[in-house]
Design a protein around this ligand. Structure first.
Ligand SMILES: [Zn+2]
Ligand SMILES: [Zn+2]
Length: 168
């Protein structure tokens, strides 16, 4: 039997000067601690992690457009509706904000076949925040000084972000 290779010093495939501690479970390349990414099944290299992401992110630029437009219009409408009923108290802010944000993002995802781009969460959240802020400025200027109204707006945007993060 040959001597086990355990004593052999191995080097990172990307950083030849660094010692490798592990192999990627997908492509078997040697990795230093800077090159590894924790995956549910073990450690993988950054390239494999990115490839896995690319498989997940297959939204088109049209999807970005639709998602942005739906989030902008949806949160604008939600803000106008909640604002005009005078419901921006703490309960409605905490309860309706995340709920409506999630519902708007869900609609945006349904209209785009649940396709996400790498930046869908940021595009959707930015559009949602813009929609809510614009409506406040134009339609509900008397809410500008209301802390709870802004908490509602923030949670609305957070609801959109949260929905985009769920990977289904
Ligand atoms: Zn790999
Ligand atoms: Zn490395």
């Amino acid at each position: 039997m040959s001597v086990p290779a355990a004593e052999e010093v191995t080097f990172c495939a990307k950083h030849p000067e660094r010692e490798a501690s592990l192999r990627c479970i997908r492509c078997d390349r040697l990795m230093c601690t800077d090159c590894l990414v924790r995956a549910p099944t073990g450690y993988i290299c950054k390239e494999c992690a990115r490839r896995a992401d690319d498989k997940f992110f297959h939204g088109t630029s049209r999807d970005y457009g639709v998602q942005g437009a739906v989030c902008l219009a949806g949160t604008a409408l939600a803000t106008a509706l909640v604002g005009s009923t005078g419901l921006s108290t703490f309960f409605f802010a905490l309860f309706l904000g995340p709920l409506l944000g999630g519902a708007v993002a869900e609609l945006a995802l349904r209209l785009t076949g649940r396709r996400r781009g790498r930046y869908s969460d940021r595009v959707g959240t930015g559009a949602a925040a813009a929609g809510a802020v614009l409506v406040t400025l134009v339609v509900l200027p008397y809410f500008l000084g209301s802390v709870w109204h802004w908490i509602f707006v923030a949670l609305l945007a957070a609801g959109v972000y949260g929905r985009f993060q769920v990977r289904i």
